[in-house]
Design a protein around this ligand. Structure first.
Ligand SMILES: Nc1ncnc2c1ncn2[C@@H]1O[C@H](COP(=O)(O)OP(=O)(O)OP(=O)(O)O)[C@@H](O)[C@H]1O
Ligand SMILES: [Mg+2]
Length: 365
């Protein structure tokens, strides 16, 4: 621990959730869900970005509509906040089908899933969010349902137990996962089409922001949008969240219009820096560089140094720091790249690795 870095106690007391900061986690907050649904794109033509996924999906859906049969099962994979839930709703809307929504963690017992499946009507779209968290017995039931439109419901226990086959109406499963790697092979293989969602470019995020501003009735200047997009971590959910915070500032401290300078001042208040790092990200990088000489250091040690849970550091901060080329995950621990030193206004030691870029290196440790 060096002099210039505040003592751990000070930082923990200050807390990262105090009012005045904005949550830059890509996960949705509970209070955010209503606003989100009003900002959701309703059909494929309104869905911004992801050109490849959009084109592929358009073909899958048109083909199915032409044949008058439900399309293949679809897996949507990608980091949080990129539009998986939105796309599942769009798929149902484009097919003119009803959408039934559930999630992996809700399918604790195979019976829960059996009930859900047996209530499906022909052509329904069943959306299972966080499908990688589905319990094993339910997962096995799901294979059978996906492939043979059938489930076997076991009645009774022990030698007297009988299995009753139940027919399922032809349906389309849309699974969403932030961790495609955590899906078992047999489950993954039963999806006819997997859409890999990518982070959005700044230009695409600007379009998202303009669309949201129009819905919110907010005057957003082009340069204001550019400023917010650059700090949104490639994620529409974060872009929309920052837009709402900037709107507060614009209405209270300015004339309501969002220009570049209004956006800049607002995001300064909320402690979001020019590339979208927040206090916790900067604390992690700061500790890594100042207290541990740039690493390598284990994630739990790093988490203690910033007074946070390891999982928060691992799941909230690291994916973006890695993607931004500021932090590298190595078998020996976390390492700050030269870009990290420079971003903190420091000179990297000569042996520092450069801007290592690896996309979501989830599984390196
Ligand atoms: N392509 C897009 N065009 C416009 N807005 C989008 C787009 N993608 C996402 N959004 C916005 O971002 C918000 C988050 O999207 P969504 O809930 O679909 O993400 P998600 O991938 O399901 O996230 P999670 O993994 O946390 O469930 C939505 O409210 C929507 O307004
Ligand atoms: Mg979702």
């Amino acid at each position: 621990m060096t002099e210039e870095w505040p003592a751990v106690g000070d930082m923990t007391e200050a807390g990262f959730d105090q009012p005045g900061t904005v949550d830059l986690s890509p996960h949705a907050e509970v209070a955010e869900q209503d606003v989100e649904s009003s900002l959701r794109p309703r059909d494929l033509s309104e869905f911004i970005g992801q050109p490849r996924v959009r084109e592929q999906l358009e073909l899958v859906l048109s083909g199915a509509l032409r044949r008058g049969r439900p399309p293949d099962h679809v897996l949507l994979s990608g980091p949080p906040g990129l539009g998986k839930t939105s796309l599942s709703m769009i798929i149902a809307a484009e097919l003119g089908s009803a959408l039934r929504v559930t999630s992996g963690p809700a399918m604790e017992r195979a019976g829960d899933l059996a009930a859900m499946l047996s209530n499906l009507v022909e052509g329904d779209v069943l959306f299972i969010d966080e499908i990688h968290r589905i319990a094993r017995p339910a997962e096995e039931m799901l294979y059978l349902a996906m492939e043979d439109l059938r489930v076997d419901v076991v009645v009774g226990k022990g030698p007297g137990a009988t299995s009753i086959p139940l027919e399922i109406a032809p349906f389309t499963l849309v699974g969403a996962t932030t961790r495609a790697g955590a899906l078992t092979g047999p489950l993954r293989d039963r999806f006819g089409f997997t859409a890999h969602m990518e982070f959005y470019s700044p230009a695409e995020l600007e379009q998202v922001l303009h669309r949201s501003a129009a819905i919110l009735g907010l005057r957003l200047h082009a340069d204001g949008a550019e400023e917010i997009a650059g700090r949104s971590r490639g994620t529409p959910r974060i872009a929309n969240r920052l837009l709402r915070r900037v709107r507060d500032f614009a209405e209270v401290r300015a004339d309501g219009a969002v220009t570049r300078s209004v956006a800049r001042s607002a995001l300064e208040v909320y402690e979001v820096d020019e590339i979208g790092l927040d206090r916790l990200d900067l604390a992690v990088l700061g500790a890594l560089v100042r207290s541990f000489g740039g690493g390598p250091v284990g994630v739990s040690t790093l988490a203690v140094a910033v007074g946070e849970e390891s999982t928060t550091v691992e799941e909230v901060c690291e994916p973006f720091l890695v993607r931004a080329g500021l932090l590298a995950r190595t078998p020996r621990g976390r390492v700050a790249t030269a870009a990290a030193w420079l971003h903190l206004g420091l000179t990297p030691p000569p042996e520092t690795v450069g801007g290592t870029r690896s996309l979501f290196a989830d599984d390196q440790d």
